[in-house]
Design a protein. Structure first.
Length: 170
């Protein structure tokens, strides 16, 4: 093999490695009967549409009463049909990703490393208390930062919503 061919192969290998992109995952913890989740359905649908070609979206249902039928109805009603449904009755995913309320968003890469855990946006500042002014779109901003190669600064914004209760015996 000539030096020129070898140099081209090395360049191509290095270039392919440097342009390899992470696969991002957004896990959104939702509950069919949580009013905050109901409100966040449309903003989540908008974010998923915006990033669907570069991010995988998952709707995690961490409550015992959730099932495939109720989760599908929720996703249809709030235009979240592109989200993969994950029923998490045993709270394995909830514990692994550290979620505590619905709705709460967690962004990971393929290795499971967490790059963001927090609210979808700032529309709710306390349970049952909505803002009537400009809303900060935290999840959208976090994805934009990560997709541009940056790091989402901490502290991440605390989510507001319905608490996920876990069975202490598990």
């Amino acid at each position: 093999m000539t030096k020129t061919v070898f140099a081209i192969l090395v360049f191509l290998a290095m270039h392919a490695h440097s342009t390899a992109q992470k696969v991002w995952h957004v896990y959104v913890f939702v509950a069919e009967e949580c009013p905050v989740c109901n409100y966040m359905g449309k903003p989540l649908s908008t974010i998923a549409t915006k990033y669907q070609d570069r991010v995988e979206f998952h709707a995690v249902f961490p409550f015992k009463n959730s099932n495939y039928k109720t989760s599908q109805l929720f996703k249809e009603q709030y235009e979240m049909l592109t989200f993969e449904t994950l029923l998490d009755k045993d709270h394995r995913i909830t514990k692994q990703l550290g979620a505590s309320v619905t709705p709460e968003a967690v962004i990971t890469d393929d290795t499971g490393a967490v790059y963001y855990r927090g609210r979808i946006n700032s529309a709710y500042y306390a349970p049952g208390k909505m803002k009537h002014s400009a809303v900060k779109n935290d999840l959208d901003e976090a994805l934009a930062i990560l997709l541009s190669g940056g790091t989402v600064p901490k502290p991440w914004p605390t989510p507001v919503g319905c608490y996920i209760t876990m069975d202490a015996s598990r």
